[in-house]
Design a protein around this ligand. Sequence first.
Ligand code: ADP
Ligand code: TRP
Length: 323
Amino acid sequence: MTKKILLSGIQSTGTLHIGNYFGAIKQFVELQDNYDTRIFVANFHSVTTIQDKEKLEKLTREIVIDYLACGLDPEKVTLFLQSSIPEVTELAWYFNCLITVPYLMRAHSYKDKVANGKEPSAGLFTYPMLMAADILIQDSEIVPVGQDQKQHIEFTRDVATKFNHTYGETFKLPEAYILDDVSIVPGLDGQKMSKSYGNTIPLFAEDKDIEKLCMQVVTDSLSPADPKDPETSNIFQIHKLFLNNVEKEELAEKYRAGGLGYKEAKEMLAESVKKFIGPIREKRKEIENNPDFVDQVLKQGGQKAQAIASKKLLEIRSKVGIL
Ligand code: ADP
Ligand code: TRP
């Protein structure tokens, strides 16, 4: 039986954090055996934020190394840079000509940036149509992402439907794959953990930084003796990601029973984070020291993805009437 096509990407706009791992990358790794998995670095999208050549190149390459260190296997997964498929920018153009300005103004990502006082570029405004092109040009069927990307997948389905109505059946409608209990990993300050909020635990942090960061998790002012609700504790909400169900329940019970102070809870969190990060950090160092391997993975993945996309684009061009 042919496997379903899974596709996802992450922008290269900063250092990856545990929210990116639990919200997205972990699912890529777990699903790679059962799907025709295609994972990329969204470096065209990054230009909406990073306009510094050296920085963009460095961040883009780092994410590829991060993916490999987390366990994406290039034997199973097509791993590539978005820029290996310039065809997506052409497809995004056709989508931009179908979708309306008021529709795009509904995008949460755009509204959030404007609300934060950013003057939006036209690129930021049309960002969701480039993402739709990434997904649709490869006939992707499932797209694992965190909750914050859900609306973008809905936009993708809407523009695919509009294209199909206008030009005839061309695209399958993809489904978002979002796991409830990790859909929004909280940051040190209790907001969504995000590269842009400076509230992260970096995925490959050194032990001493992990210890420092875990001490910064915000709490209320209950005393050590007070019983605590794990559901509303930021420390617990981060800690549970690193535990199996039995360990999670045991820890929740400790919170509820009282007698667990926040300092101790944070130290326990740091231990769990260090135990998880240690081995992948070591693996990352090995991969980083083997740039030829990384180049080879990207070359192979890029060629494969580009061949698929260029074929699809020919079909699209002929439907649109582009000679
Ligand atoms: P950031 O907000 O840090 O810039 P991105 O927008 O680049 O992260 O997200 C990359 C992937 O990681 C997306 O699938 C996104 O939904 C997921 N993700 C990011 N932050 C979180 C979080 N705090 N919790 C769960 N998933 C997240
Ligand atoms: N917008 C996504 C993010 O911020 C990145 C992305 C670009 C993406 N194109 C995509 C994710 C296609 C999934 C599928 O993380």
